[in-house]
Write a protein that binds this ligand. Structure first.
Ligand code: DC
Length: 217
């Protein structure tokens, strides 16, 4: 069974997906981390995000895999390096590169093949798992998302800078040629601005339970 969750940057998708995957014993797939790994490799190899050919070659050559829940690139655990401010700064344009998206989607489909999965990102409900059994679109205002990220304490930036970064990423995410952020008709839309993470997890879990009960899975 596939649970697909999409939504903008900083809405809490990763936390919700991880929690729900643990609760149901499903595999947790964070698709943004794949784009972050490609962005990290681009930084390390000095490739600019707008150099489409070089970026595509770099992504093609990247050996991406998940081992014990952690993302490995070229045999190295990169999980701890994916959320730095420098990766944040270029990951959106990296993910806008269409050939990179096809390469990442290939890895995601290969890794999750035949599994029960909670997959989260921007195009899980629309492109990667259009036949997912349970679909959610989580949303929140830019101000609420900036506050949450600021509270995490992982960024050196001010609240206002974080908010500007989020708005800029929203703009790029919504205007991608492929895989742009959109709300599919069959996804449940949830504005989480005034909900706690626990409440969001409950709403998603209830929907999964409902599906399991109805389908007799
Ligand atoms: O979810 P995140 O912030 O870790 O995602 C990092 C970047 O990758 C963000 O700019 C959106 C992009 N992304 C995407 O284009 N498609 C996905 N399925 C997941 C993330």
């Amino acid at each position: 069974m596939i649970v697909a969750i999409d939504g903008p940057a900083g809405v809490g998708k990763s936390t919700v997906a991880r929690f729900v995957a643990d609760r149901f014993g499903f595999f947790n797939l964070n698709s943004g981390n794949f784009y972050r790994a490609v962005a990290l490799k681009a930084l390390e190899e000095g490739v600019a995000p707008d150099e489409e050919k070089a970026l595509t070659a770099l992504a093609e050559g990247a050996d991406l895999d998940i081992r014990e829940g952690r993302l490995y690139m070229d045999g190295r655990d990169v999980e701890g390096e994916l959320h730095s401010d420098r990766v944040d700064a270029i990951v959106s344009p990296v993910s806008a590169c269409v050939p990179v998206r096809h390469i990442v989607n290939g890895h995601i489909r290969r890794i999750t093949s035949g599994m029960d999965v909670v997959a989260e990102g921007r195009d899980m409900t629309s492109v990667v798992f259009p036949r997912g059994e349970v679909k959610f679109f989580l949303d929140a205002s830019p101000a609420a998302r900036a506050r949450r990220r600021h509270r995490q304490g992982v960024s050196e930036l001010s609240l206002e800078e974080i908010k500007r970064g989020i708005e800029e990423r929203d703009r790029i995410d919504r205007n991608k040629k492929e895989g742009s952020l959109k709300i599919t008709e069959d996804a449940e839309y949830l504005d989480t601005s005034d909900l706690t993470l626990e409440e969001v997890c409950e709403r998603v879990s209830d929907k999964i339970k409902e599906y399991i009960a109805d389908s007799g899975e």
